[in-house]
Design a protein around this ligand. Structure first.
Ligand code: ADP
Length: 506
């Protein structure tokens, strides 16, 4: 009897598997971290073999308890997006470590594309600014730096995948018949897919010099015909349908049941990612957001989102811990911030890697302004938390301007949402209620939903909506004057971050 659905979440710092029941409750989990390889400033790599090992071991750990693979109906996969793996399909050997989404090594190639005037076509077709963030530019860098790779790609001896593709290839047999697929959400983060045809685009492939032969087949996010089945001699020990794939932020959007136009969510992790469902036609952004695929379930029309990606939110709390040493762990930021009632006039903008949405200014750098002798580390902690909320407010405003949709509630998830003070600040600063669901692991849940919809484990999105239960809600308490004065200070602080470094020298 198939009572459960499994989701593999191949994240940036760890891989996990979770098993969910029909009500959307998590009933088992297994998680393994893997090494972050930092060869030089701005470079971030993962060993693809270590990624696969961590996935395999997470599956084993998850199935070591009361629930066995015999009780599973389907398996979904969600993943860190954009992170680029290129491997030899005959030997299974990667040509290079995976280049991770935060990695900025291809900044010169990006500048070259901008100088050659490629921005307009990439934005028009792929919905994205030309930036180091996306997978296509990472493949281009590998071609320029790994001997013979370009030729190998043309000869079918080198294939590309984001980590969803790499995990599915390994789960379905690897060198012995592994499948080579991805879904529309992951493909939409490459600068190589046309948002409307949902296929790799010849003109974009030509711009980046990438042969179509090396790219995976693009499928729906939920596939009633299955992408493939797990190998009986693999970590599940039996054949199981693999039938859901979603990039992590899109998975969280699905897990938060944002199925109607105008519904969105904000995830608070290392960075923040706010996605707004804009319906079945892509909405181009005039305000610094990305146009991206939200999900595509089977033969239904694709659903698009606007996305505001913020580079530094949770990682600024790590910075307070590791670089400033004013807290011992992330959760302590709350008690420290609560030693004071406000920031004592200071504003902190943690533009450590420049500013992402809605500014996209890679020359910006962090500032603390408005300080006097009066300020203490408690004010710094409070200002760091406020910065998370103000950055989210900037993105929410851009979304409203692009979509015309007024946010009436902000649905939240992710590690930082356990900080009550932060969530109250977010309601005060954004001026909308903030709402958190009972199941906080919305990313894995979304991947499970995609897989379970494909097999009929769940009958449709109405049933999934019924699974969403609110755990907690924070109502705005600030006056309008207080909100406006605070936002005005924030915007003035943002101005002081701009154009700080020469990107060519950075
Ligand atoms: P990711 O999925 O990006 O690895 P998580 O969702 O696990 O991230 O969230 C972890 C991030 O949240 C870390 O950057 C950490 O600094 C921050 N964080 C976790 N708990 C708290 C807390 N109670 N207060 C403030 N920040 C927190």
């Amino acid at each position: 009897m198939s009572e459960f659905v499994a989701a593999i979440d191949q994240g940036t710092t760890s891989s996990r598997m979770m098993i969910f029941d029909h009500g959307g409750a998590a009933v088992a989990r297994g998680q393994l971290e893997f090494e972050q390889i930092l060869p030089q400033a701005g470079w971030v790599e993962h060993d693809p073999v270590a990624i696969w090992d961590s996935v395999r071991d997470a599956i084993g750990a998850c199935l070591s308890g009361d629930i066995s693979a015999e009780q599973l109906a389907a398996v979904g996969v969600t993943n860190q997006r954009e992170t680029t793996v290129v491997w030899n399909p005959t030997t299974g050997e990667p040509y290079h470590n995976a280049i991770v989404w935060q990695d900025t090594r291809n900044d010169r190639l990006v500048s070259r594309h901008k100088n050659e005037g490629h921005e307009e076509i990439v934005k028009a077709k792929a919905g994205l600014p030309v930036a180091t963030y996306f997978a296509g530019g990472k493949i281009e860098w590998l071609f320029e730096h790994v001997d013979g790779l370009r030729e190998a790609a043309h000869n079918g001896e080198a294939v590309f995948g984001t980590t969803d593709t790499w995990v599915l290839w390994n789960l379905t047999g690897g060198t012995d018949g592994g499948i080579h697929v991805t879904d529309v959400t992951n493909a939409s983060r490459s600068m190589l897919m046309d948002l409307t045809t949902l296929d790799w685009d010849d003109e974009l492939l030509e711009l980046f010099g990438i042969p179509r032969e090396m790219l995976p087949e693009i499928k729906a996010s939920s596939e009633p015909d299955f992408y493939g089945v797990t190998r009986a001699d693999g970590p599940f020990g039996r054949e199981l349908p693999l039938c859901g794939i979603l990039g992590d932020q899109q998975a969280a959007t699905v897990g938060q049941v944002c199925y109607d136009k105008g519904e969105g969510k904000n995830t608070y992790g290392t960075g923040n990612f706010m996605l707004l469902n804009t319906g079945t036609t892509p909405v181009p952004s005039e305000n610094g957001l990305l146009t991206t695929l939200g999900y595509k379930f089977g033969d239904d029309d694709p659903v698009y989102c606007l996305e505001g990606s913020i580079a530094v939110t949770g990682s600024s709390i790590q910075w307070l811990r590791d670089q400033l040493g004013i807290i011992d762990d992330a959760a302590e930021s709350e008690a420290l911030a609560n030693e004071v009632d406000d920031t004592g006039g200071m504003v902190f903008v943690p533009a450590f890697s420049g500013l992402f949405a809605p500014y996209w200014d890679s020359a910006a750098r962090g500032v603390m302004v408005g300080m006097s002798r009066f300020n203490t580390k408690a004010h710094v902690a409070r200002a760091a938390l406020e910065a998370v909320c103000y950055q989210s407010k900037d993105v929410a405003i851009a979304m409203q301007q692009d979509s015309g949709v007024e946010l009436d509630v902000m649905k939240v998830d992710g590690g930082m949402t356990s900080n009550d003070t932060l969530m109250q600040m977010q309601a005060d600063i954004a001026g909308v209620p903030v709402s958190k669901p009972v199941v906080a692991e919305t990313t894995a849940l979304g991947a499970a939903y995609a897989a379970g919809l494909a097999t009929g484990f769940w009958s449709g999105t109405d049933e999934l909506r019924d699974n969403w239960l609110e755990d907690k809600r924070w109502e705005p308490q600030w006056s309008d004057d207080q909100r406006e004065a605070g936002y005005d200070r924030w915007k003035r602080a943002i101005e002081r971050t701009r154009d700080w470094v020469d990107v060519e020298d950075a």
